[in-house]
Design a protein around this ligand. Structure first.
Ligand code: ZN
Ligand code: ZN
Length: 346
C-alpha cells in the first residue's frame, strides 16, 4: 500500500492512497493543473485513479475538484451535507454587490429628482435614499440575494483551469457544480472502493460534515489514516486511529507563534477553538497519551506557514514519542505545502 501526500497546508491539501488494485485521491485542494503536475513529479498516474474522496468543503480541500473530476471522469465521494455545502459554495449567486446597490440607488434618486423640482420633494427623496442605503448595506452584509435580473458573477477565470476542463461536455462546463458522478457516504459507516475498505469518521471542525478516513487494504492487511482539520482529539477519533500503519496527522500551529503571530484576533480564536485546528502540543499529547504506537510512519500535516515551524512540529512529536521507548520505531515525516512528498510504501 502507498500514501503520496501531494500537498498539505492551508493553501491546499491532496493525498493519493493506493492499494494493489485501487487508487483514490483524498481532497483536491490545488488547481487541476497543479495536481496533475505534482502527480507526474512523484510517478502517480492520474488515469489510474478510481475516485476522489472529500473530507470537507473548505477551499483548501476542493479548489481543483470539479475540473479534475471532469477531466478524469471519475466519481466523487462526499457526505450529503458536504456535497450540498460544496454545491452552494461553487454555484454562482445573484448577489448584488454593495457598490452596485449604491449605483442603483443613485440612479433611482436622480430619476426622482428629475421628476420633481420642489425642494421639499427632493429632501424627502434624499431621506428615503439614506434609508434605502442602510437597508442595502444590511442586505449586503447578510449576503441576501437580490432580484437583479442581470447578475454578473465576477469570478476570476484561470486559463490553465479552462484548458484542463477543455474536454468536459459543454453542459458540465456551464455548471461549476457539475461532476461526472457523485456517491454519498456516511461518517461511521464503512464503504468499499475496489479492494480498499474505507472508514470515514467525524472530526470536530467548522464545516458542514467534516470527516477523516481510515483505509484498509484487504489484500495487503495494511491500514493508513488521514486526520487533519480538527479542533481537538475526541474519543471517536482516538478510537479510529488504532492499529494504523501510516498516519497523516495534523500538527497545525505552535501556540506561542499563533498567539504572537499576524492573524487577527477573531481568526486566532477560530484556529484555537474546538472546531479549529490541532496545535503541536495537542498532537504531542495525543501521541504521548492515547496513541498505540503501531505506525511505521507518522506524517505531520496541515502545518501553518504563518504560525508554525516544521522543526517545532517535529520536535514536539518526537519528544512525545521518545517518552515511550517502544515507539522509537515510529518515523516522523513532515508533509509539505509547496511540493509533494515521496510516496510512502509499505
Ligand atoms: Zn484544511
Ligand atoms: Zn478545513
Amino acid at each position: 500500500m502507498r500514501m503520496t501526500v501531494l500537498a498539505s497546508g492551508s493553501k491546499g491539501n491532496s493525498t493519493v492512497i493506493s492499494s494493489a488494485t485501487t487508487r483514490v485521491l483524498v481532497d483536491a485542494g490545488l488547481s487541476c493543473k497543479e495536481l496533475l503536475r505534482r502527480m507526474a513529479l512523484v510517478g502517480e498516474d492520474p488515469s489510474l485513479l478510481n475516485a476522489i474522496l472529500i473530507t470537507h468543503e473548505h477551499i483548501d480541500h476542493v479548489a481543483g475538484l470539479a475540473v479534475l473530476a471532469r477531466r478524469l471522469r471519475i466519481p466523487v465521494f462526499f457526505t450529503e451535507p458536504t456535497h450540498r455545502a460544496w454545491v452552494r459554495m461553487v454555484t454562482p449567486r445573484t448577489t448584488m454587490t454593495y457598490a452596485k446597490w449604491l449605483n442603483h440607488l443613485q440612479q433611482e434618486k436622480e430619476a426622482r429628482a428629475a421628476q420633481t423640482a420642489a425642494v421639499e420633494a427632493s429632501a424627502a427623496a434624499q431621506a428615503e435614499a439614506i434609508a434605502s442605503i442602510s437597508a442595502a448595506a444590511a442586505a449586503a452584509c447578510e449576503g441576501l440575494r437580490s432580484d437583479d435580473p442581470n447578475p454578473t458573477l465576477e469570478l476570476p477565470v484561470d486559463p490553465d483551469e479552462e484548458a484542463c476542463d477543455a474536454a468536459a461536455p459543454a453542459k458540465e462546463k456551464a455548471n461549476p457544480a457539475a461532476l461526472p458522478a457523485v456517491e454519498y457516504f456516511h461518517a461511521g459507516t464503512n464503504f468499499t472502493i475496489g479492494d480498499l475498505d474505507i472508514t470515514p469518521f467525524t472530526i470536530p471542525h467548522d464545516a458542514a460534515d467534516p470527516c477523516g478516513f481510515v483505509f484498509h487494504s484487504r489484500t495487503e492487511s495494511i491500514r493508513m489514516a488521514i486526520a487533519t482539520d480538527l479542533g481537538y482529539m475526541p474519543p471517536n477519533v482516538k478510537a479510529a486511529l488504532k492499529s494504523i500503519d501510516v498516519l497523516l496527522l495534523e500538527s497545525n500551529h505552535d501556540l506561542e507563534m499563533l498567539r504572537d503571530g499576524p492573524y487577527p484576533w477573531s481568526v486566532k480564536q477560530r484556529v484555537l477553538s474546538r472546531v479549529g485546528h490541532l496545535s503541536n502540543d495537542a498532537t504531542a499529547e495525543f501521541l504521548q497519551k492515547d496513541y498505540d504506537g503501531g505506525a511505521t510512519y507518522i506524517v505531520l500535516g496541515h502545518l501553518s506557514e504563518s504560525n508554525n515551524a516544521p522543526e517545532l512540529a517535529r520536535l514536539a512529536a518526537e519528544q512525545a514519542l521518545t517518552s515511550h521507548p517502544t515507539l522509537l520505531g515510529n518515523r516522523v515525516v513532515l508533509a509539505q505545502q509547496a511540493s509533494p512528498l515521496d510516496p510512502i510504501c509499505l
